[in-house]
Design a binder for this molecule. Structure first.
Ligand code: BDR
Ligand code: CA
Length: 315
Protein backbone atom coordinates (compact mmCIF):
# COMPACT_ATOMS: atom_id res chain seq x y z
CA UNK A 1 0.00 0.00 0.00
CA UNK A 2 1.45 3.40 -1.00
CA UNK A 3 0.99 6.14 1.59
CA UNK A 4 0.43 9.57 0.12
CA UNK A 5 0.14 12.99 1.66
CA UNK A 6 -1.18 15.65 -0.73
CA UNK A 7 -0.48 19.38 -0.56
CA UNK A 8 -2.78 21.23 -2.96
CA UNK A 9 -4.11 24.64 -4.02
CA UNK A 10 -7.27 22.97 -5.29
CA UNK A 11 -8.11 24.42 -8.65
CA UNK A 12 -9.49 22.32 -11.47
CA UNK A 13 -6.40 20.23 -12.29
CA UNK A 14 -5.66 19.69 -8.58
CA UNK A 15 -9.20 18.28 -8.30
CA UNK A 16 -8.44 15.96 -11.23
CA UNK A 17 -5.20 14.85 -9.58
CA UNK A 18 -6.90 14.21 -6.23
CA UNK A 19 -9.60 12.13 -7.93
CA UNK A 20 -6.93 10.16 -9.77
CA UNK A 21 -5.25 9.30 -6.45
CA UNK A 22 -8.56 8.45 -4.76
CA UNK A 23 -9.32 5.93 -7.51
CA UNK A 24 -5.86 4.38 -7.67
CA UNK A 25 -5.51 0.82 -6.34
CA UNK A 26 -3.27 0.18 -3.31
CA UNK A 27 -3.03 3.85 -2.37
CA UNK A 28 -3.83 5.27 1.04
CA UNK A 29 -4.23 9.04 1.35
CA UNK A 30 -3.16 10.02 4.86
CA UNK A 31 -4.30 13.61 4.57
CA UNK A 32 -4.72 16.60 2.29
CA UNK A 33 -3.08 19.88 3.25
CA UNK A 34 -4.20 23.14 1.66
CA UNK A 35 -2.16 26.10 0.50
CA UNK A 36 -2.92 29.44 -1.19
CA UNK A 37 -2.47 29.52 -4.96
CA UNK A 38 -5.13 29.16 -7.61
CA UNK A 39 -7.55 30.73 -5.13
CA UNK A 40 -7.62 31.67 -1.44
CA UNK A 41 -6.72 28.98 1.08
CA UNK A 42 -10.31 29.18 2.41
CA UNK A 43 -11.64 28.35 -1.04
CA UNK A 44 -8.98 25.66 -1.42
CA UNK A 45 -10.11 23.67 1.60
CA UNK A 46 -13.78 24.02 0.62
CA UNK A 47 -12.88 22.76 -2.85
CA UNK A 48 -11.03 19.77 -1.41
CA UNK A 49 -14.08 18.95 0.72
CA UNK A 50 -16.31 19.17 -2.38
CA UNK A 51 -14.05 16.70 -4.18
CA UNK A 52 -13.98 14.34 -1.20
CA UNK A 53 -17.74 14.55 -0.80
CA UNK A 54 -18.28 13.72 -4.46
CA UNK A 55 -16.00 10.70 -4.07
CA UNK A 56 -17.48 9.60 -0.72
CA UNK A 57 -14.11 10.03 0.99
CA UNK A 58 -14.87 12.65 3.61
CA UNK A 59 -13.03 10.53 6.19
CA UNK A 60 -9.71 11.79 4.77
CA UNK A 61 -8.52 14.65 7.01
CA UNK A 62 -8.11 18.10 5.43
CA UNK A 63 -5.86 20.79 6.94
CA UNK A 64 -5.60 24.48 6.23
CA UNK A 65 -2.12 25.95 5.64
CA UNK A 66 -0.44 29.12 4.42
CA UNK A 67 -2.69 31.89 3.10
CA UNK A 68 0.17 33.81 1.47
CA UNK A 69 3.69 33.32 0.16
CA UNK A 70 6.74 33.51 2.44
CA UNK A 71 7.06 37.20 1.50
CA UNK A 72 3.35 37.77 2.16
CA UNK A 73 2.13 37.91 -1.42
CA UNK A 74 -1.26 36.56 -2.40
CA UNK A 75 -1.70 35.36 -5.95
CA UNK A 76 -4.67 33.67 -7.66
CA UNK A 77 -5.59 32.41 -11.09
CA UNK A 78 -9.23 33.42 -11.38
CA UNK A 79 -9.21 33.74 -15.14
CA UNK A 80 -8.46 30.09 -15.58
CA UNK A 81 -9.84 28.37 -12.46
CA UNK A 82 -12.72 30.76 -11.72
CA UNK A 83 -13.12 33.00 -8.64
CA UNK A 84 -13.73 30.03 -6.35
CA UNK A 85 -11.02 27.89 -7.96
CA UNK A 86 -13.48 25.33 -9.31
CA UNK A 87 -14.93 27.16 -12.30
CA UNK A 88 -17.62 28.99 -10.25
CA UNK A 89 -19.97 26.06 -10.77
CA UNK A 90 -22.88 25.77 -8.31
CA UNK A 91 -22.05 23.51 -5.35
CA UNK A 92 -25.48 21.91 -4.96
CA UNK A 93 -25.01 18.20 -4.18
CA UNK A 94 -21.35 18.63 -3.36
CA UNK A 95 -21.69 21.59 -0.96
CA UNK A 96 -18.88 21.29 1.59
CA UNK A 97 -19.35 20.96 5.32
CA UNK A 98 -16.90 23.53 6.73
CA UNK A 99 -16.88 21.67 10.06
CA UNK A 100 -14.90 18.89 8.41
CA UNK A 101 -11.72 21.01 8.44
CA UNK A 102 -9.16 19.84 11.02
CA UNK A 103 -8.07 22.21 13.78
CA UNK A 104 -4.41 21.33 13.38
CA UNK A 105 -2.64 23.49 10.79
CA UNK A 106 -1.22 22.01 7.59
CA UNK A 107 2.45 22.50 8.47
CA UNK A 108 2.27 20.67 11.79
CA UNK A 109 0.10 17.98 10.19
CA UNK A 110 2.77 17.35 7.53
CA UNK A 111 5.48 17.09 10.20
CA UNK A 112 3.36 14.82 12.44
CA UNK A 113 2.18 12.47 9.68
CA UNK A 114 5.65 12.02 8.15
CA UNK A 115 7.27 11.46 11.56
CA UNK A 116 4.64 8.86 12.41
CA UNK A 117 5.40 6.94 9.19
CA UNK A 118 9.16 7.36 8.66
CA UNK A 119 10.37 6.24 5.23
CA UNK A 120 6.85 5.46 4.05
CA UNK A 121 5.18 8.69 2.95
CA UNK A 122 5.29 10.17 -0.56
CA UNK A 123 4.47 13.86 -0.46
CA UNK A 124 2.74 15.17 -3.58
CA UNK A 125 2.74 18.96 -3.96
CA UNK A 126 0.56 20.51 -6.66
CA UNK A 127 0.46 24.13 -5.49
CA UNK A 128 2.91 26.81 -4.35
CA UNK A 129 5.47 25.25 -1.98
CA UNK A 130 4.88 27.51 1.05
CA UNK A 131 3.66 24.77 3.43
CA UNK A 132 6.56 22.49 2.52
CA UNK A 133 9.13 25.26 3.01
CA UNK A 134 7.70 26.13 6.42
CA UNK A 135 7.64 22.45 7.39
CA UNK A 136 11.34 21.89 6.68
CA UNK A 137 12.24 25.01 8.66
CA UNK A 138 10.27 23.63 11.63
CA UNK A 139 11.65 20.11 11.23
CA UNK A 140 14.89 19.82 9.21
CA UNK A 141 14.80 16.01 9.58
CA UNK A 142 11.56 15.85 7.56
CA UNK A 143 13.00 15.31 4.02
CA UNK A 144 15.12 12.41 5.29
CA UNK A 145 11.97 10.66 6.49
CA UNK A 146 10.08 10.91 3.19
CA UNK A 147 9.86 8.05 0.74
CA UNK A 148 9.62 10.52 -2.10
CA UNK A 149 8.59 14.02 -3.09
CA UNK A 150 6.53 14.66 -6.23
CA UNK A 151 6.10 18.24 -7.39
CA UNK A 152 4.16 19.82 -10.21
CA UNK A 153 6.03 23.03 -10.82
CA UNK A 154 8.96 24.81 -12.38
CA UNK A 155 10.10 24.87 -15.96
CA UNK A 156 13.02 23.63 -18.02
CA UNK A 157 12.98 25.83 -21.11
CA UNK A 158 12.37 29.22 -19.45
CA UNK A 159 8.80 29.13 -20.78
CA UNK A 160 6.49 30.72 -18.26
CA UNK A 161 2.75 30.53 -17.83
CA UNK A 162 2.45 33.32 -15.26
CA UNK A 163 5.44 35.58 -15.80
CA UNK A 164 7.59 35.53 -18.92
CA UNK A 165 9.85 32.87 -17.41
CA UNK A 166 7.89 31.71 -14.38
CA UNK A 167 5.59 28.71 -13.95
CA UNK A 168 2.65 29.47 -11.63
CA UNK A 169 3.49 27.34 -8.56
CA UNK A 170 7.11 28.51 -8.43
CA UNK A 171 6.36 32.12 -9.39
CA UNK A 172 3.65 32.29 -6.69
CA UNK A 173 6.28 31.71 -3.99
CA UNK A 174 9.85 31.67 -5.37
CA UNK A 175 11.44 31.67 -1.89
CA UNK A 176 9.45 28.58 -0.90
CA UNK A 177 10.38 26.80 -4.14
CA UNK A 178 14.03 27.68 -3.50
CA UNK A 179 13.90 26.26 0.03
CA UNK A 180 12.21 23.05 -1.11
CA UNK A 181 14.53 22.39 -4.06
CA UNK A 182 17.58 23.04 -1.90
CA UNK A 183 16.59 21.56 1.46
CA UNK A 184 14.51 18.50 0.52
CA UNK A 185 17.44 16.22 -0.24
CA UNK A 186 15.22 13.23 -0.83
CA UNK A 187 14.11 11.39 -3.97
CA UNK A 188 12.44 14.29 -5.82
CA UNK A 189 10.36 14.03 -8.99
CA UNK A 190 9.37 17.09 -11.00
CA UNK A 191 6.53 17.44 -13.49
CA UNK A 192 7.55 20.75 -15.05
CA UNK A 193 5.34 23.04 -17.10
CA UNK A 194 6.75 22.42 -20.60
CA UNK A 195 6.68 18.65 -20.10
CA UNK A 196 2.99 18.83 -19.16
CA UNK A 197 2.34 21.00 -22.26
CA UNK A 198 3.82 18.29 -24.48
CA UNK A 199 1.42 15.73 -22.99
CA UNK A 200 -2.02 17.19 -23.49
CA UNK A 201 -5.19 15.18 -23.22
CA UNK A 202 -6.88 15.49 -26.63
CA UNK A 203 -10.32 17.09 -26.57
CA UNK A 204 -11.88 13.86 -27.94
CA UNK A 205 -10.50 12.06 -24.89
CA UNK A 206 -11.96 14.76 -22.62
CA UNK A 207 -15.40 14.28 -24.21
CA UNK A 208 -15.34 10.52 -23.55
CA UNK A 209 -13.88 11.07 -20.08
CA UNK A 210 -16.57 13.55 -19.01
CA UNK A 211 -19.29 11.58 -20.77
CA UNK A 212 -19.06 8.64 -18.35
CA UNK A 213 -22.31 7.92 -16.54
CA UNK A 214 -21.28 8.71 -12.95
CA UNK A 215 -21.63 11.45 -10.33
CA UNK A 216 -17.90 12.00 -10.45
CA UNK A 217 -17.98 12.63 -14.21
CA UNK A 218 -20.96 14.99 -13.85
CA UNK A 219 -19.11 16.87 -11.09
CA UNK A 220 -15.97 17.15 -13.23
CA UNK A 221 -17.93 18.28 -16.30
CA UNK A 222 -19.47 21.03 -14.17
CA UNK A 223 -16.27 22.37 -12.56
CA UNK A 224 -14.18 21.88 -15.74
CA UNK A 225 -16.41 23.80 -18.17
CA UNK A 226 -14.83 27.21 -17.58
CA UNK A 227 -11.16 26.18 -17.82
CA UNK A 228 -11.90 23.98 -20.80
CA UNK A 229 -13.36 26.98 -22.64
CA UNK A 230 -10.38 29.12 -21.61
CA UNK A 231 -7.93 26.45 -22.79
CA UNK A 232 -9.60 26.19 -26.18
CA UNK A 233 -9.23 29.97 -26.67
CA UNK A 234 -5.63 30.10 -25.53
CA UNK A 235 -3.39 29.20 -28.43
CA UNK A 236 -0.46 31.18 -26.96
CA UNK A 237 0.38 28.69 -24.22
CA UNK A 238 0.17 25.56 -26.36
CA UNK A 239 -3.15 24.68 -24.75
CA UNK A 240 -5.50 24.78 -27.67
CA UNK A 241 -5.20 21.24 -29.05
CA UNK A 242 -6.02 19.52 -25.77
CA UNK A 243 -6.13 19.96 -22.01
CA UNK A 244 -3.05 20.09 -19.82
CA UNK A 245 -3.94 18.40 -16.56
CA UNK A 246 -0.65 19.55 -15.02
CA UNK A 247 -1.08 18.32 -11.48
CA UNK A 248 -2.25 14.86 -12.53
CA UNK A 249 1.25 14.06 -13.85
CA UNK A 250 2.89 14.48 -10.43
CA UNK A 251 0.09 12.40 -8.90
CA UNK A 252 0.26 9.64 -11.53
CA UNK A 253 4.02 9.34 -10.97
CA UNK A 254 3.44 9.01 -7.22
CA UNK A 255 0.79 6.28 -7.54
CA UNK A 256 2.45 4.23 -10.29
CA UNK A 257 6.24 3.71 -10.38
CA UNK A 258 6.13 2.59 -14.01
CA UNK A 259 4.32 5.71 -15.27
CA UNK A 260 7.49 7.76 -15.96
CA UNK A 261 9.48 6.05 -18.70
CA UNK A 262 12.30 8.58 -19.12
CA UNK A 263 13.68 11.33 -16.93
CA UNK A 264 16.75 13.54 -16.54
CA UNK A 265 18.62 13.81 -13.27
CA UNK A 266 20.14 17.20 -12.53
CA UNK A 267 20.65 19.57 -9.61
CA UNK A 268 17.92 22.22 -9.69
CA UNK A 269 17.27 25.54 -8.02
CA UNK A 270 15.19 28.68 -8.46
CA UNK A 271 16.10 32.19 -9.58
CA UNK A 272 15.15 34.71 -6.89
CA UNK A 273 16.19 37.91 -8.64
CA UNK A 274 15.93 39.08 -12.24
CA UNK A 275 13.45 41.37 -13.93
CA UNK A 276 11.85 38.57 -15.93
CA UNK A 277 13.41 35.46 -14.42
CA UNK A 278 12.35 35.61 -10.75
CA UNK A 279 10.68 32.28 -9.97
CA UNK A 280 12.19 30.49 -12.96
CA UNK A 281 13.63 27.04 -12.31
CA UNK A 282 17.34 26.57 -12.94
CA UNK A 283 18.60 23.25 -14.28
CA UNK A 284 22.31 22.85 -13.56
CA UNK A 285 23.36 20.63 -16.47
CA UNK A 286 27.04 21.48 -15.93
CA UNK A 287 27.26 20.89 -12.20
CA UNK A 288 28.28 24.52 -11.55
CA UNK A 289 26.12 24.88 -8.43
CA UNK A 290 28.23 22.29 -6.62
CA UNK A 291 25.12 20.50 -5.39
CA UNK A 292 25.19 16.77 -4.82
CA UNK A 293 21.41 16.38 -4.75
CA UNK A 294 19.81 15.76 -8.13
CA UNK A 295 16.10 15.82 -8.94
CA UNK A 296 14.38 13.58 -11.49
CA UNK A 297 12.85 15.76 -14.19
CA UNK A 298 10.12 13.88 -16.05
CA UNK A 299 10.70 13.62 -19.80
CA UNK A 300 8.48 10.80 -21.07
CA UNK A 301 5.49 9.09 -19.57
CA UNK A 302 3.11 6.31 -20.58
CA UNK A 303 0.13 8.32 -21.88
CA UNK A 304 -1.91 5.15 -22.34
CA UNK A 305 -1.61 4.52 -18.60
CA UNK A 306 -2.37 8.16 -17.92
CA UNK A 307 -5.63 8.03 -19.86
CA UNK A 308 -6.60 4.82 -18.04
CA UNK A 309 -5.91 6.41 -14.64
CA UNK A 310 -7.88 9.50 -15.60
CA UNK A 311 -10.83 7.41 -16.83
CA UNK A 312 -10.81 5.39 -13.60
CA UNK A 313 -10.83 8.63 -11.58
CA UNK A 314 -14.36 9.46 -12.81
CA UNK A 315 -15.88 5.96 -12.84
C1 BDR B 1 0.09 24.89 -11.98
O1 BDR B 1 -0.54 26.13 -11.68
C2 BDR B 1 -1.89 25.94 -11.34
O2 BDR B 1 -2.70 26.81 -12.06
C3 BDR B 1 -2.24 24.51 -11.64
O3 BDR B 1 -3.14 24.01 -10.69
C4 BDR B 1 -0.90 23.80 -11.60
O4 BDR B 1 -0.61 23.36 -10.29
C5 BDR B 1 0.50 24.89 -13.43
O5 BDR B 1 1.46 25.87 -13.66
CA1 CA C 1 -2.30 23.26 -8.58
Amino acid sequence: MKKLLLDVDCGVDDAQAIMLALAAPKVEILGITCVHGNTTVDNVYKNVLRVLKTCNKLEIPVYKGAAKSILGIKVGDENFHGKDGLGDAPDDADAPDAKKIQEENAVSAIIRIVNKNPGEVSLVATGPLTNLALAVRMDPTLPGKLKGLYIMGGNTESRGNTTVCGEFNFAADPEAAYVVLNDYQCETHLACWEFTCYNKLPWEFCDAWLGQDSNKARFMAKIFRHSMEESKKDSGSLNSTGFISCDSFAMAAAVDDSFVTESDRYPVSVELAGTHTRGMMIVDTQGLLNKTHKACIMKKVDMGKFEKMMMAALK
